[in-house]
Ligand binder design. Structure first.
Ligand SMILES: Nc1nc2c(ncn2[C@@H]2O[C@H](COP(=O)(O)OP(=O)(O)OP(=O)(O)O)[C@@H](O)[C@H]2O)c(=O)[nH]1
Ligand SMILES: [Mg+2]
Length: 1126
């Protein structure tokens, strides 16, 4: 970048009203980076000839090789329109699903976005996803329909056909906007309704609500994309042209003498012009009139392409002169028509003009941030803005003002950290000396020279040298030359960190308020920080220096060491950054892991977490090739974790280092980064670890050959029968209905547990609400501990009620009666998709937060033992009996629990202890208090541990260990056996996959899909093209290499996008063995070829080092027929 323009940028950064922070979003390969190239070339950063070929924003080597963007990166551009100067901070984002987290990080720090759509492919799955993300973040979109040249050159459409295609795309994308809008309005409406109902309930009177009113009242016309609104531009980024209809309205209003305003309204749409009458009329299909858009715009472009492609020199000349353009001789004579088209069109309809003008006109500046967006950013989880402390609420004004005065609080959001080579940082780069520095150096040299002279003189006269000069050039070679033309460079100070650390992290951030100054000290608020906690701990108007503050969780204090202007591949040093700008911050790597909020006031809440669309699902274990390099690997993985918004790094109980990524491409990039940048060692990578879930189903009605079960006779005993598999150890009773009864080893307590499959919808509801369940769990535990301070916010209460209602709605029937009220826990990890239910009339302690019924003595008894029972349940759901994978969709019912013996013992011991003093007790043993709930003055129960602590250890633990431990183990085992007596099934993770393919390769796509157990859900033809869109589901387990295989089989014509969608039960029974005659006939004795589930199960067991029951062929001889052998 030319240095002189840095000053320009600094100047532009101060005019907040003329800043536009925008990102380019689209489906993969729709031309975002190419478009960005065109915009960058308008600033002279790259030459216009290279625009579209260079893909400047794809600065990584692998991005260039693969031709896809993997990281979002920003660049600042300068644009002048109507004497107004604008600063455009442009962020290019990746379109591949695997990197959708990069889109989230970009969207957060922008105010607007350009949605790019390929004119041939139209609206694709990722287009929908990015549009939704823009909506969720409340940023305004404009539309660029790109690759119009493909309609001319590839599809050979007539202008009329092209017009219909464009209309179609607009309809599709507007339909999408419509759905997003409606759901949002209805949601807000519902919120308002509940609020007013709350208000109303106190008053008398009834009011009827009509849900439609919300939709009808709200004006949504400005939301839709339409060329006459000025928010749509048509482009061909590769050929360097683009236009909005305003451009043509201006030209034609002069040419035909129709008012520009009228043309603006009619150039797009079904209007035609009656040239004689100079009137614009509605299109009459019957007369075959062409719409204005076709006649005045598209036909001109088409005829230009036609002339150039046919190399019609005369016509080209004519067009050029009529447009008043000057084409260089080199381009005019170039044999490649593309070059000619580019040369002509980029002058005639410069793409950057069209796009940037639209951006400046239609997208908001940082000053226009809406109150709605600010409130949303500030309210994490189930908080409402009103419930925030007043100091925090006051910050909203600062956001809205976006002021740069010294009193304005500095608020910065860091959306991701990215790694750069430390050598590439501006402060470490050799740079040319400024004029002043040259002067200074010269001055110093002169002084030294004078000193030496003086010294020499004092020591005595010097022998004059031959050439008459008295001194040689000074040894440091700093003798200035007379001409001063020499370019000297400053070599940077050595990088402060030890030489080994060559990666330096820069925060990708945006200033929302105040001026970020180099060297300023600022608070770093982690995602879990709560301003309330700070205000509680630190007195109002704290005067201590922030360094000396008492420690507050998730709060740190740091210095803004370096500020950078992000210029694509380059960074430029800045001294300060005014509000509303995108910037890079150096020196935060020890404070910020992935994202954070920085603020000069601790009353600021952390921004809501970024919403990620992709779930990390592909996991591999990595290890260094040379075991001694483990420390490098660990360090490298830490760095990788910081540098990527969505990768997860786990260390499993087995000691494996596991990398969890969003997909294959993401995995590859992470591994490359690890090998080449962060760890710099050779690593070996395991096969992908595929996650499974375990569940149970209803007993099947038919067997494997579709015969009704129970009809046929089971075949003889020679073969292993199914019953053997689930043979239960002694001492465990099981009834016909699968109720398991187990006693603790010390025979004091007996538990009866039954497992039931949950309906699919219920599992889904549980999955969707896991966050809510987690916060419910926190609420209940704080209520149990007697901390009533936390009042449940209204919104959370409503959400809980809604969740409960949904469960009740789906859990109907005799089997499930009252079950929702009796839910005791969710698992695993207290928030998973399995439930524990207790069947007891006087059970008073469900998961639902609410006041504990203090009158019930029973309640306390259950509560005291509940921890052990619940822990047992948690353990059982965390790893199932089939292959130790987590359970899903299982309901465990604790039908009975008999503690009579235990109570007896407890009571007798209690007698003995009457006079004992309070001992220092261990807290972790038996959690039983003998059913006594002692009420304290404040009405809450005394914490249980205090009471149990009064008993000696010996009294409750016996030779089998502490009672609580026994209870946990017994509960866990009981749950496992309860599962094993039911038909068990594996659940596989499924991808949805969208494949776009032409008709001729369709067959091959299907072949690959079916080979990999994929299932086609839908196939439709894209209107006006010969493209088919196939929607299919595919097990994650079968997906490795899928994208490559499809690409190879279709010679690159089809490329699938895989996104994790759901868990699906594999219908086959992993333990199935043929038991009936028909089954033997059909499958043979081994019958293992058919069993996909068993294959998966055994693979997982093998990986985990568990016992695998396999039939191994011991004597591999040919089968002999007895008769022949005789
Ligand atoms: N015919 C035609 N091809 C284009 C146009 N714009 C981009 N392309 C081509 O489309 C391909 C993808 O372009 P990119 O700019 O890399 O697409 P992208 O949206 O940045 O892709 P990702 O970043 O991977 O999501 C390249 O081969 C471009 O040359 C266009 O206007 N017309
Ligand atoms: Mg790109």
């Amino acid at each position: 970048m030319v240095l002189s323009s840095l000053d320009k940028m600094i100047q532009l950064q101060k005019n907040t009203a003329n800043i536009r922070n925008i990102c380019v979003l689209a489906h993969v390969d729709h031309g975002k980076t190419t478009l960005a190239d065109c915009l960058i070339s308008s600033n002279g950063i790259i030459s216009s000839r290279l625009a579209g070929k260079l893909r400047y924003m794809d600065s990584r080597e692998d991005e260039q090789i693969r031709g896809i963007t993997m990281k979002s990166s920003a660049i600042s551009l300068h644009y002048t329109k109507d004497n107004e100067e604008y600063l455009i901070n442009l962020i290019d984002s990746p379109g591949h699903v695997d990197f959708s987290s990069e889109v989230s990080t970009a969207v957060r720090i922008c105010d607007g976005c350009i949605i790019v759509v390929d004119a041939v492919e139209g609206v694709c799955p990722q287009t929908q996803a990015v549009l939704r993300q823009a909506w969720l973040e409340n940023i305004r979109p404009v539309l660029v329909i790109n690759k119009l040249d493909r309609l001319i050159v590839e599809l050979k459409f007539t202008p009329q056909e092209a017009y219909s295609q464009l209309k179609n795309i607009l309809e599709q994308i507007n339909a999408l906007t419509g759905t997003l809008f409606t759901s949002k309005v209805l949601e807000e409406r519902a919120e308002r309704e509940t609020e007013s109902q709350v208000n109303l309930s106190s008053e008398q009177g009834e009011q009827l609500y009509d849900w439609r009113t919300g939709l009808e009242d709200t004006d949504d016309s400005h939301l839709y994309f339409s060329p006459d609104q000025g928010n749509v531009v048509f482009t061909s980024a590769i050929d360097g042209w683009g236009f909005g209809i305003e451009h043509f309205a201006k030209i034609y209003s002069q040419k035909i003498g129709i008012k520009k305003e009228v043309l603006l309204k009619t150039l797009w749409g079904d209007y035609y012009i009656n040239m004689k009458a100079k009137k614009i009329m509605k299109v009459d299909q019957a007369k075959g009139k062409k719409p204005l858009f076709v006649q005045l715009i598209l036909e001109n472009i088409w005829s230009l392409y036609d002339a150039v492609l046919k190399k019609d020199r005369e016509k080209i000349e004519k067009i050029i002169t009529s447009l008043g353009l000057k084409i260089g001789a080199r381009e005019a004579r170039h044999s490649d028509p593309k070059v000619q088209i580019n040369a002509i069109c980029s002058q005639w309809l410069p793409i950057s003009q069209a796009v940037l003008a639209m951006v400046c006109q239609k997208l908001p500046s940082p000053l226009d941030i809406t109150a709605e967006r600010v409130e949303k950013l500030m309210c994490t989880g189930s908080q409402t803005f009103d419930s925030l402390p007043p100091e925090t609420q006051a910050l909203k004004a600062a956001f809205m003002r976006c002021g740069s005065e010294d009193t304005a609080p500095v608020i910065i959001f860091v959306s991701k950290m990215f790694a750069v080579d430390a050598k590439g940082l501006p402060q470490n780069k050799p740079r040319p000396l400024t004029q002043e520095e040259i002067m200074q150096r010269r001055e110093r040299a002169r002084q030294r020279h004078a000193e030496k002279l003086a010294m020499a003189q004092s020591q005595g006269p010097l022998e004059p040298t031959q050439d008459g000069s008295t001194l040689e050039a000074n040894p440091e070679g700093e003798e200035p030359r007379g001409d001063g033309q020499q370019v000297e460079t400053v070599t940077p100070k050595p990088v402060t960190e030890e030489g080994s650390q060559q990666e330096s992290f820069v925060a990708f951030a945006r200033v929302f308020s105040g001026v970020a100054r180099k060297g300023k000290k600022i608070f770093v608020l982690g995602p879990k920080y709560s301003p309330l906690e700070f205000l509680e701990r630190v007195p109002l108007g704290f005067s201590t220096p922030p360094d000396a503050l008492p420690p507050v969780p998730h709060l740190a204090y740091c210095t803004l060491e370096n500020l950078y202007l992000l210029m694509g591949r380059e960074l430029e040093n800045l001294e300060e950054v005014p509000p509303g700008n995108v910037l890079g911050i150096g020196g935060l790597q020890d404070f910020v892991l992935k994202s954070a909020t920085l603020c000069s006031l601790p009353s600021c809440p952390p921004f809501i977490p970024l919403s990620f669309e992709a779930t990390p699902i592909v996991r591999v274990a990595v290890e260094p090739k040379h075991p001694s390099e483990m420390p490098q690997l660990v360090k490298g993985m830490k760095l990788l974790n910081q540098a990527d918004p969505c990768v997860q790094i786990l260390i499993q109980e087995t000691g494996e280092h596991v990398l969890v990524t969003a997909g294959e491409v993401h995995l590859q990039r992470c591994l490359d980064d690890l090998k080449e940048r962060f760890a710099k060692i050779q690593i070996s990578v395991s096969e992908p670890i595929i996650p499974f879930r375990e569940t149970i189903t209803k007993p099947p009605k038919v067997d494997m050959v579709n015969e009704e079960i129970g009809r046929q006779q089971k075949v003889a005993v020679i073969h292993q029968t199914k019953e053997d598999q689930s043979k239960l150890p002694e001492g465990i009773q099981v009834d016909a209905d699968g109720l398991i009864t187990m006693t603790t080893p010390n025979k004091l307590a007996t538990l009866s547990v039954r497992a039931m499959p949950l309906p699919e919808e219920v599992t889904q509801i549980l999955e969707d609400n896991s966050d809510l369940i987690r916060s419910m769990e926190q609420l209940t535990s704080s209520l149990n501990e007697g901390r009533n301070a936390q009042v449940i916010p209204q919104k959370t209460q409503e959400k809980i009620q809604e969740f409960k209602g949904k469960l009740e709605q789906h859990l109907t029937g005799r089997k499930w009666r009252n079950i929702v009220d009796q839910i005791w826990s969710f698992g695993p990890r207290k928030c998973g998709p399995n439930i524990l239910v207790i069947r007891s009339e006087d059970f008073q302690h469900p998961v639902w937060p609410g006041p504990v019924n203090k009158a019930s003595r029973e309640a306390s008894k259950y509560r005291d033992l509940s921890n052990s029972i619940v822990s047992g349940f948690q353990l059982a759901t965390l790893s199932g009996p089939m292959c130790e994978e987590p359970l899903m969709g299982v309901c465990f019912v604790l039908e009975k629990w008999d503690l009579a013996k235990f109570e007896e013992q407890g009571a007798s011991e209690k007698q003995d202890e009457q006079n004992d003093l309070v001992k220092e007790g261990q807290r972790d043993f038996a959690r039983y208090s003998g059913g006594e709930g002692q009420e304290l003055h404040d009405g809450s129960f005394e914490p249980f541990e205090k009471r149990t602590a009064q008993k000696g250890e010996a009294s409750l633990s016996d030779c089998y260990g502490p009672f609580s431990g026994q209870l946990i183990a017994t509960m866990k085992e009981a749950c496992r056996y309860a599962l094993q007596v039911k038909p068990q099934r594996l659940m596989a993770a499924m991808y949805t996959c969208d494949i776009m393919a032409t008709g001729d390769v369709l067959g091959r796509v299907y072949a690959v899909l079916s080979k990999r157990e994929g299932r086609v859900l839908q196939e439709e033809m894209k209107e006006g093209t010969d493209m088919f869109i196939i929607k299919a589901v595919l097990p994650v387990a079968e997906s490795f290499g899928f994208a490559d295989e499809i690409r190879k089989r279709t010679s690159g014509l089809a490329s699938p996008q895989l996104v994790f969608s759901h868990w699906e039960v594999i219908p086959s029974d992993p333990f199935w063995v043929p038991t009936t005659e028909e089954e033997y006939l059909h499958f043979g004795e081994k019958a293992d070829s058919e069993n996909q589930a068993r294959k998966y199960m055994n693979a997982v067991r093998k990986r985990k080092g568990l016992y695998v029951e396999e039939k191994i062929v011991e004597h591999a001889e040919k089968q002999r027929t007895l008769s022949k052998n005789k």
